[in-house]
Design a protein around this ligand. Structure first.
Ligand code: ZN
Length: 62
């Protein structure tokens, strides 16, 4: 599954907006790869968990 390395920047706005976080160890210029529930740096191996997604609750329609 070859995946193009695109989408690091969102250029749709006026200013260049980062859509990926930078690695706190490597500093600016190194982006963390987005995974399902975590982010990781392919350079130093740093990884962090994303805040857990909102728990699935039954849509309680009042
Ligand atoms: Zn890193």
């Amino acid at each position: 599954m070859a995946k193009a390395r695109v989408g690091l920047y969102d250029t749709s706005g006026e200013a260049l907006k980062r859509t990926h976080l930078t690695c706190p160890k490597c500093g600016p210029g190194t982006f963390l790869a987005e995974h399902g529930d975590r982010r990781s740096c392919g350079r130093c191996g740093y990884s962090e968990s994303k805040s857990p997604p909102a728990p699935k609750v039954k849509a309680a329609k009042a």
